[in-house]
Write a protein that binds this ligand. Structure first.
Ligand code: SAM
Length: 472
């Protein structure tokens, strides 16, 4: 029985409710009156239910689809302006005891080179990442209680935060590790993590069990209820995601929105981010063997519909996607991207060819971070290395309240300008500096609040003189 307030996975992600939703969406995909009503509601920018959103996703009326894309662009602009937050993944260990059939880390893959970074190696990785200009990392491990116990993850977080190299610092460590206990989530919270990210992979229980035939990840309920335990452990920023290609995209879309509704209903705060990875080629993994691959047009529609349905939830796209694809999705709703990423363990400090064999999946966008930053600026975006909300305690419901009131601009825009200036002064090529300084000057002029504007202009000057870490 469907119950968004239940803490039982099969009740808040009810299979029957998803099937009924898909049927309702299919029956109404050309229902102009209903689609108009849903679009009117969406224009209020307070989000949509999973049923309403599923009708928009299924909609086959061309004019209305154009309206959906336009509205997504508008909402993106209203909530996020032209800012794009940058991060990098840091792979700590690819040891894994699970049997996930789409993932090269699966335990019986004998060809992948298994690696686990020592604290010294983590230090080298972090210095390499700081030298690129990164301030925000997402750490990744396979699931292996012997090789990657929670103590290893905690020690690694500590190491990462402790490294201050030149003007560099990692100011926010997000964590993407397997579902764990409330007690372990509490430890992660106490270690000062940013967002806890866990991809559901698929919301369809039957497919989930087939795709995860062995290992602790086989347990659908334990995995699906992980965000509840994370919140009970004190983590209030959680990041959802599904791996598109494994199951029908319409099923996953309804499922992820129901998950968001569940978190909102029980904890009063929806997901901080939603990631939209698509399955990629990897060691021993051929994406074509999965039946549910989605093309770029459907992918764009999914991103637009998520943007409209949960306007205040950040959306993340990784370097799994090409430059061209990322460009299209940025305007439709993506607010965070990775740049200069390596998915191999130890790949930042020591990008040896054989290391690539420890990689999780093939990266499509292989450009260095400096190229990504210049590309963003040239398209009119404002790259941001900001982590101020996290360091000022604006997380969970406090963040969402400000975001829902569309007040976040007053914090984000100044912080984006100041962190971009830090990046340009410390790490950028001359070419990037040139376009970047110009953009900062133009954007600072546009700040509406005179007090904020004066402070930002003063701080930008101080950054030029060598001072760091200003924030609103
Ligand atoms: N081990 C952790 C877990 O069990 O959730 C998460 C870390 S894993 C390194 C991060 C994510 O990569 C997975 O959740 C999965 O969605 C994604 N992934 C795995 N294989 C992939 C592939 N072949 N292509 C694209 N993404 C993949």
């Amino acid at each position: 029985m469907y119950n968004p307030k239940s803490q039982n996975a099969e009740e808040f992600i009810s299979h029957e409710e998803i099937l009924e939703t898909l049927e309702y969406a299919e029956n109404n995909k050309n229902n102009l009156d209903l689609i108009n009503k849903i679009l009117e509601k969406a224009k209020l920018k307070k989000g949509l239910t999973h049923r309403e959103a599923s009708v928009l996703l299924a909609c086959e009326i061309e004019d209305k689809n154009n309206e959906i894309f336009k509205l997504a662009e508008q909402i993106k602009q209203d909530f996020y302006g032209n800012r794009i937050v940058l991060f990098a993944p840091l792979y700590l260990s690819n040891y894994c005891v699970n049997g996930c059939v789409y993932c090269p880390y699966h335990y019986d893959n004998k060809t992948i080179c298994r690696k686990k970074l020592t604290q010294e190696e983590i230090k080298n990785e972090v210095i390499a990442l700081q030298d690129m200009g990164h301030k925000r990392l997402a750490i990744e491990t396979g699931e292996d209680p012997v090789n990657n116990p929670i103590e290893y993850v905690l020690e690694s977080i500590n190491t990462i935060y402790s490294i201050k190299h030149k003007n560099g610092a990692i100011r926010r460590v997000n964590v993407n590790i397997a579902a764990t206990t409330v007690e372990n989530y509490r430890k992660l919270h106490e270690a000062g993590i940013g967002t806890y990210i866990l991809f559901q992979e698929t919301y369809n229980k039957k497919s989930y069990e087939e795709l995860h035939p062995t290992g602790p990840k086989h347990n659908y309920a334990y995995h699906t209820e992980a965000m509840d335990r994370a919140m009970q452990g004190g983590i209030d920023d959680v990041g959802l995601g599904v791996l598109f290609g494994l199951e029908s995209y319409k099923y996953e879309f309804a499922g992820i929105l129901m998950h968001a509704e569940h978190l909102e209903a029980v904890y009063g705060v929806g997901p901080h981010t939603i990631s939209v990875p698509r399955i990629k080629k990897a060691d021993g993994i051929d994406p074509n063997t999965f039946d549910n691959g989605i093309d770029d047009d459907i992918f764009a529609k999914i991103v637009a519909c998520i943007r409209i349905s949960v306007p205040y939830t950040g959306m993340i796209i990784s370097t799994r996607e090409s430059e061209e694809c990322r460009k299209r999705l940025l305007s439709l709703g993506v607010s965070q991207i990775s740049g200069g990423s390596k998915t191999s363990v130890g790949g930042y400090f020591n990008p040896m060819p054989e290391d690539e064999n420890s990689a999780q999946f093939d990266v499509s966008d292989r450009r260095p971070l400096d190229d990504v930053i210049r590309w963003l600026i040239e398209m009119g975006y404002l790259p941001s290395f900001c982590t101020a909300c996290y360091s000022s305690g604006r997380t969970g419901d406090r963040f969402m309240e400000i975001c829902k009131d569309q007040q976040i601009h007053n914090f984000c825009q100044p912080n984006a300008l100041m962190t971009l200036k830090e990046y340009l002064v410390d790490y950028a090529s001359e070419e990037t500096q040139k376009v970047g300084f110009k953009l900062i000057a133009e954007q600072a002029e546009l700040l509406e609040n005179p007090t904020i504007k004066t402070t930002v202009l003063e701080n930008l000057k101080k950054i030029e003189e060598g001072q760091r870490d200003f924030k609103f």
